[in-house]
Design a protein around this ligand. Sequence first.
Ligand code: GLU
Length: 314
Amino acid sequence: MILAVSELQNPPSPARAYRGRFAPSPTGPLHAGSLVAALGSWLDARAHQGQWLLRIEDIDTPRSIPGAAEQIQAQLLACGLQWDEEPVWQSARQETYQKAFNQLIDEGQLYPCNCSRQTIANALKALGVETERHQELVYPGSCRSQLGLKPENTLAAWRIALPEHCTIAFEDRALGHQIQNLSQEVGDFVLRRSDGLFTYQLAVVVDDAEQGITHVVRGEDLLNNTARQIYLQKVLHYPTPVYVHLPLVLDEFGEKLSKQTLASAIDISTPAHALKALELAANHLGLQEIAKQAHQSIGEFLSAATAAWKKKYC
Ligand code: GLU
């Protein structure tokens, strides 16, 4: 089954006013890489005269670092990246995720799974499937016989049962046509973990829909999640936003800058330092001309960058 995004819209809705978002996980401060995602999504929203929302993705509470969300907000404001509505915190939205989860349980689309990583690796080996060391394991559906059970066993993870041939196709505004065979490349994926926490995939889809997000502009490291999210939008009868995945900032070893690799926080000690960080981010986003010019203030830089973004990408 190949599902193209056009088939997923329920029903084709009139063009909605642009609503974009930046959705950092508070696992560390904003670094050069996350600033690119913040600036790219802000510029796209402003170039479309749209709204830009901030969502703190602290759903994975054990990984969240106290104070990081506040630090990210202070860094955004120092860079002139002001959001339009009260920030949404995922940690306060468990009930909303629970409702979507219950809907899928009631429809018999989920099943509990107690497989450890090792059990999955062994099952794949028995099937003759080789997996590289750091590669994601494609879940072979070992616990599918439990489809339709109700969540009494709280120690299990809950997976969604995908159709047999589930291929998702979509257009990325930056990268063009994308296609992923979810059944073969991902397998039934987890919506609620065995520790009871809802996963990023479920939370992001519910939040994007509830916040009326029309455009998702984020780093290319998340591209591999998009087909899963579009599939969830389809089963939950949500509209699918426009997707734009931005180029990643790599370190000297060719690795993505991330909080895990302890990328350093952007320097906002003075407006001149914040402006420098913004210019580097703009350069990375393909706005070299703007990055090269001298700017008197952050405000002036941002309006020039918005005009340049509009001309180049909209
Ligand atoms: N919270 C995710 C991150 O910080 C981003 C999620 C998204 O933009 O969809 O990597």
